[in-house]
Design a protein around this ligand. Structure first.
Ligand SMILES: [Fe+2]
Ligand SMILES: [Fe+2]
Length: 261
């Protein structure tokens, strides 16, 4: 049996939410997508995720929301994230924080169980527990729970760290996608003839902007060496991500296609 997963890059504020609301349902239908994973760490005003926006993203057709270093920017997130098992925060944050870094999605029609794991990188990032070691225990837990396929969203800055984790996990999971840079890479590949990989999915937001944010604010910041506001840019919206096909019985990724709509 084949199974098709669409993963989407970071949603940037209202722009990201609106392009997902407008484009996702048709894409799911046209491409016969079985499951959608999207990174929501920037979905509210560009930084963090509030509950109302999380609900809207899920209602638009996203099955699992992953996140990253901005997930705690909104104080209310800690209060609701524990009530939504399909909204993840990176697993290598301290266990004392609410929420979980992994989720087992069950596709009712096909009877396929897909584990989703969210990890945060450590290069050019705050000090964290090792994503390499944390991945081992979380993957073991997902297999124990019955995962047929496992998808990892590795939210990291450095491509070296992303490629290293990708190859390290290539005999342990079926898909590793990078997020956080908001710039889609053209390096999608199937590693060891079984695991799909891309260094970064890109963004759902403005294409001609600075990482999805207002370019003039960013340029002013560079010209003056000062910290500036970052408001999501509203123009020229794109939805970027990756469609991955899997053979469930042999646990292999069999094809990858980058998306930019
Ligand atoms: Fe982001
Ligand atoms: Fe990030």
């Amino acid at each position: 049996m084949q199974f098709r997963i669409l993963t989407l890059g970071d949603l940037i504020g209202r722009s990201g939410r609106s392009v997902v609301r407008e484009k996702l349902s048709a894409l799911i239908a046209e491409q016969s997508v079985d499951m959608v994973v999207a990174n929501g760490e920037n979905a509210s005003g560009g930084f963090g995720l509030i509950e109302a926006n999380a609900k809207a993203v899920l209602a638009a057709g996203v099955d699992v929301i992953t996140s990253g270093n901005h997930i705690w920017n909104r104080p209310e997130t800690a209060g609701f994230i524990g009530r939504y098992p399909n909204i993840l925060r990176p697993a290598n944050y301290p266990d004392t924080l609410p929420g979980s870094g992994r989720f087992l999605f069950r596709h009712s029609g096909k009877g396929v169980k897909v584990g989703v794991l969210n990890l945060l990188g450590r290069v050019f990032m705050p000090p964290m527990e090792s994503p390499f070691f944390k991945a081992e225990t979380e993957i073991a837990a997902l297999r124990e729970e019955g995962a047929d396929l496992i998808v990892v969203d590795f939210h990291a800055e450095a491509t070296a760290e992303k490629e290293a984790l990708g190859i390290y996990l290539s005999d342990k999971v079926e898909l590793v996608v990078g997020t956080h840079t908001h710039v889609q890479t053209s390096d999608e590949k199937i590693i060891a003839c079984r695991m799909g990989y891309i260094s970064d999915l890109g963004r759902c937001g403005s294409f001609v902007s600075v990482l999805g944010f207002d370019a003039q604010q960013s340029i002013h910041g560079f010209l003056t060496d000062t910290q500036q506001r970052c408001d999501p840019c509203k123009d020229g919206l794109v939805l970027e991500g990756l469609i991955a096909d899997f053979d469930v019985e042999t646990r292999r990724c069999i094809s990858l296609k980058r998306i930019r709509i």
